[in-house]
Design a protein around this ligand. Sequence first.
Ligand code: NAD
Length: 419
Amino acid sequence: MTLVGHLINGQMVASDDRTQDVYNPATGEVSKQVALASQATVAQAIDAAQAAFPEWRDTPAIKRARVMFKFKELLESNADKICALIGDEHGKISHDAAGELQRGIENVEYACCAPELLKGEHSKNVAANIDSWSEFQPLGVVAGITPFNFPAMVPLWMYPMAIVCGNCFILKPSERDPSSTLFIASLLKEAGLPDGVMNVVNGDKDAVDALLHHKDVKAVSFVGSTPIAETIYTTANANGKRCQALGGAKNHAIVMPDADMDNTVAQLLGAAFGSSGERCMALSVVVAVGDAAADSLVSKMQEAMKGLKVGACTNASNDFGPVITRQHQQKVFGYIDSAEKQGATIVVDGRNPQIQGYENGFFVGGTLIDNVTVEMDSYQAEIFGPVLQVIRVDTMQKAMDIINDHEYGNGTCIFTRDG
Ligand code: NAD
């Protein structure tokens, strides 16, 4: 069986680390093994990055940017392969995978502007015979820790910019779908990046802890769930590292009585169920203002959801695929169960999806829940599945108050004709 290893100092390394199963979530079968880096493996990657740093730091910004130009071309010419790797391990349908890759490539395009972005400032004669200037300096070895749901895009938020600015990078991707991330990073060598500048260590908490405690890692960028984001931020800071840590979300839509309900439903279908709801920006709650708006929305949504096609990534006409693991599927089912027990109305029930030929896959059908209230567990939590919940209120002010009070409430949109 294929073992997904690490990229250290320009070489694919499959060391004698522990391993973990990687699944094809559409079939429910183990498709590969991934190596879980030990502290020693992580230290090896950091040493390679530290050794590569002086020469890379001193490489002119225009030469570093040229690597990014070539990298962008390689991402585009390998797009089909990358999307297939994402589909195999994440389950995302090709149109979603292509969208994610495109968003990632846009970050590489931005990194190509580094020579302009790295310009400093010079102020003459700020005091008698004294000039003052500022300039950008790379930090050295920096690290990124990324989630499973965007295995191409989220890492590409981090390392193209860090590298083009002269830093060396250690990426610790999600161990649940590591192959596309590793393949993309390997393209940097073909783009002309010197060995050691970009390294990937696959792994779990042990690898993350090794990064957070190593003295040569100067900064950490994290994207993932909120509890882990909080731990990473606290630990990185305690160890004197710069850190940015992005966590989970719960995104709401307010639907006003005057909304164009057909357009609202069309938008919500993609926003709530696209990528099986496994997006930090998935729109998972509708706050409908007035019972008439709620009734109209729920009945039109119920009708529209009959057309949703759920299945494997190999069929490009499917709307969305499975969720990432059996454990996550059960967790999503559990939230639907709890909403039902706590008094909500299950209008469309995705707990028993029938996907012909994929009976063991980790599928959750599109689910619509009405009469949800703010105390319910399903409302409080980030479900991260294809579940849309409807809360009914009688004023727009109440809708805004609910959203503002949610622990994770961030993305908000409003459907109305009143511009
Ligand atoms: P996760 O927090 O489980 O894992 C993220 C990373 O942290 C992985 O690399 C994982 O190996 C590592 N990790 C997990 N447990 C750890 C531990 N105990 N100690 C140290 N490291 C640990 O997140 P996930 O399930 O992979 O991703 C989904 C989450 O990411 C959702 O909450 C989603 O909202 C969030 N997300 C946020 C954004 C954003 O921009 N804010 C973007 C994408 C995803």
